[in-house]
Structures are given as structure tokens and as C-alpha cells.
Design a binder for this molecule. Structure first.
Ligand code: ATP
Ligand code: MG
Length: 191
């Protein structure tokens, strides 16, 4: 089972992915984490990524798609157990590239789980996280920019996956356990 965990910044994609790994034994690919680890190591990719992330902007599609392709070239066995895609795709061209890429490995996205959370709550969570995370993008100005980028570039994917019949909205408000309960019910038919 390959899943996309979808939602605005601060919607809890990373948190719920951790629980999904525990329960379903899936591989987790978080493009945000991949980029942050490059930034921490000071690689060339990290330098480029940092220049976009700290401004609340998306990394350009062609670069991001190349990074994802590399992950599977280096370890195609990830697809045997199934993958949770967290933070990818974030644009329609990324979704099209992902579908092509998976097709090349004779698989596909089985479900898109969309965490739906009110905007005030998103902002509250990211500000809270910023106190601990040290992330250059968890401050109010960058958060506002990220939400704007989400609305204009990422949210259209909801329609894209609805049309394919694979989008499943999940109420992303409430406790981590409650939300995970909703996700479990949503994924029941795909197990
Ligand atoms: P959440 O809090 O729900 O886990 P998030 O939006 O806070 O999500 P990440 O998914 O970790 O955080 O992404 C952080 C930043 O990394 C993004 O704002 C963007 O600049 C960059 N990034 C991550 N994935 C992509 C992608 N698929 N395409 C372009 N840029 C990306
Ligand atoms: Mg994240």
C-alpha cells in the first residue's frame, strides 16, 4: 500500500506518519526531512534548499523530482513494503512525476489521506513547534508565506486526486490519537 499524506503545513503529516510506520510497517519518505538533513550536512543541495525553505517557498519541481527519483534508484526495495509520501507531491507536476515514477516500478498511489485543519490551528501549531524545532521556517512571517504557497500551489492537488477518486478527507483537528483513529478507518479498505 502506497499512501500520500496530504495537508497544509502544520497539519500533522510528520506526526501521523510516525504512527503509520509503527502500525503498518510502511517506509516513510518525508521530503522536508530529506532537505533538512542536507541543510544540516551543508551539501550543495542543502544550500539551494535552504535558500527556498527559509523564505517559505517550494523547492523548484525539477530539482525536487530528481531528489525523489534518486531515493528510489538508491533503494527500490522501499516500494516492496509500501511507502508513505509525506510532503510530496506539493504541486500538480510533482504528482504527475510521482505517478510516472511509480508506474515504472509497477505500482501506484493507493490512497491520499488529506488532513484538514483550520488555519488558526495550523498557525498555532507551527508557532508552538518553532519554540523547539529551530526550523528557519517556523516563524510567523514565513508561516504566512507557506500558507499562501500552500493555497496557491498545493491545494489544487486536492481536486486532482478527488477526480482520480483517491482523495480521502480526514478531520485533522483533535488529539494525535483521535486523528490516527480516523486515518485507520479511512485506510481499512486498502490493507
Ligand atoms: P507538516 O508540519 O505537516 O509535517 P511542513 O510543511 O511543516 O509539514 P515539510 O513537509 O517538512 O513541512 O516541508 C518543509 C519545507 O521543505 C517546505 O516548506 C518546502 O520549502 C520544502 N519542501 C518539502 N517538500 C517539498 C516538495 N515536495 N516540493 C517543494 N518543496 C518542498
Ligand atoms: Mg513535516
Amino acid at each position: 500500500m502506497n499512501i500520500v499524506i496530504f495537508g497544509a503545513p502544520g497539519s500533522g503529516k510528520g506526526t501521523q506518519s510516525e504512527k503509520l510506520i509503527e502500525h503498518y510497517g510502511l517506509h516513510h519518505i518525508s521530503t522536508g526531512e530529506v532537505l533538512r538533513s542536507h541543510i544540516a550536512k551543508g551539501t550543495e543541495l542543502g544550500k539551494v534548499a535552504d535558500s527556498f525553505i527559509s523564505k517559505g517557498m517550494l523547492i523548484p519541481d525539477d530539482l525536487m523530482i530528481a531528489v525523489l527519483e534518486d531515493i528510489f534508484k538508491n533503494d527500490p526495495s522501499k516500494l516492496e513494503k509500501g511507502v508513505i509520501f509525506d510532503g510530496f507531491p506539493r504541486t500538480v507536476p510533482q504528482a504527475e512525476a510521482l505517478s510516472k515514477l511509480l508506474d515504472g516500478y509497477n505500482t501506484e498511489i493507493h490512497a491520499v489521506v488529506g488532513l484538514e485543519v483550520a488555519e488558526e490551528e495550523l498557525i498555532r501549531r507551527m508557532i508552538e513547534r518553532g519554540k523547539q524545532s529551530g526550523r528557519s521556517d517556523d516563524n510567523i512571517d514565513t508561516i504566512k508565506k507557506r500558507l499562501e504557497v500552500y493555497r496557491s500551489q498545493t491545494e489544487p492537488l486536492k481536486d486532482y486526486y478527488c477526480k482520480k477518486g483517491s482523495y480521502h478527507a480526514v478531520n485533522g483537528n483533535g488529539s494525535v490519537e483521535e486523528i490516527f483513529g480516523h486515518i485507520g478507518k479511512t485506510l481499512e479498505p486498502f490493507k
